[in-house]
Design a protein around this ligand. Structure first.
Ligand code: NAP
Length: 266
């Protein structure tokens, strides 16, 4: 039995993982702004952009349980639209949730994980970290930042027997699609291309994998003695990540562009 904390456990991948891991007999705490109504998941309402709220949540969990073994940094959201049309507020907010949220949560939990004698930090990144998606530049960048953060963190905390993995799911059917914030105004120079690109993304997500496929991968990482630094979720996406490593960067980026960028302006 492990004591597991999952951020963003009220919906999608986080909720499915919380259900899966609690059914395996683990003590699961879910962190989100809204309350989680699951019998075996302890709900703590907190915003990952607020360091103090996470600090007090993790202190409370450690006082009750005497240990914290696993942190799953999963809370996240998306924005879409051209870079030129994105407001600084939206770009900052996305980075605040997706990247600073991972930092806040990690920083707040580390003292307790070290006192527990070790543990695992699983950061939910995305395949978009490896292949940056046009009109989702800030989302892709925030996930690339999570990968970079995870690499540095893994080396910093290895002496404390804390292992780190950046998990990169492909498209998954969740609330993410409807929660994506679209740019308020798309200028005429971009609008048609943004609409088509977002339609492709939304279609891929709605026809994507079940959130349980991510939960199963996470369960295997929870059980394993030694975990990898990266784990991609979905066979098709593993092949895509592999191709992105062996193809010249410009060719790989052009292929992504041919799917999502609609280079003709009409
Ligand atoms: N769906 C996909 O295709 C896909 C693919 C690759 C990676 N991912 C990543 O997977 C993670 C989970 O996304 P999902 O697809 O399961 O989406 P989702 O169904 O929209 O769930 C997002 C979760 O994050 C929480 N959250 C959002 N902002 C928060 C904040 N400021 N503080 C605390 N919690 C917050 C939400 O809870 P509240 O609203 O209650 O706070 C919710 O529980 C994200 O990091 C996403 O980028 C998703």
């Amino acid at each position: 039995m492990k004591v597991i904390v999952i951020t963003g456990a009220s919906s999608g991948i986080g909720l499915s993982t919380a259900q899966f891991l609690s059914a395996k007999g683990h003590r699961v705490y879910g962190i989100s702004r809204s309350k989680i109504h699951e019998k075996n998941v302890m709900s703590i309402q907190a915003d990952v952009t607020d360091y103090a709220s996470l600090e007090s949540a993790y202190k409370e969990i450690f006082e009750v349980e005497g240990q914290i073994d696993i942190l799953i940094n999963n809370a996240g959201m998306g924005i879409s639209g051209s870079i030129e049309d994105t407001s600084s507020e939206d770009a900052n907010y996305l980075f605040n949730v997706n990247f600073m949220g991972v930092f806040n949560s990690t920083k707040a939990i580390l003292p307790y994980m070290r006192k527990s004698g070790g543990g695992k930090i699983l950061n939910i990144s995305s395949v978009a970290a490896k292949l940056s998606i046009p009109f989702q530049a800030f989302y892709s960048s925030s996930k690339a930042a999570i990968n970079s953060f995870s690499e540095a963190l893994a080396n910093e905390v290895a002496p404390f027997k804390i292992q780190v993995c950046a998990i990169m799911p492909g498209d998954i059917k969740t609330g993410f699609t409807k929660n994506r914030k679209k740019n308020e105004t798309d200028s005429p120079e971009y609008k048609g291309r943004v609409d088509k690109s977002v339609a492709v993304m939304e279609n891929d997500e709605r026809n994507g994998m079940d959130p349980e496929s991510a939960a199963r991968v996470i369960n295997r990482l929870v059980r394993k003695r030694r975990i990898p630094l990266y784990r991609t979720v979905g066979f098709k996406y593993k092949a895509i990540v592999f191709l992105s490593k062996i193809l010249p960067a410009k060719l790989a980026n052009n292929i992504v562009g041919s799917i999502y960028a609609f280079k003709k302006t009409k």
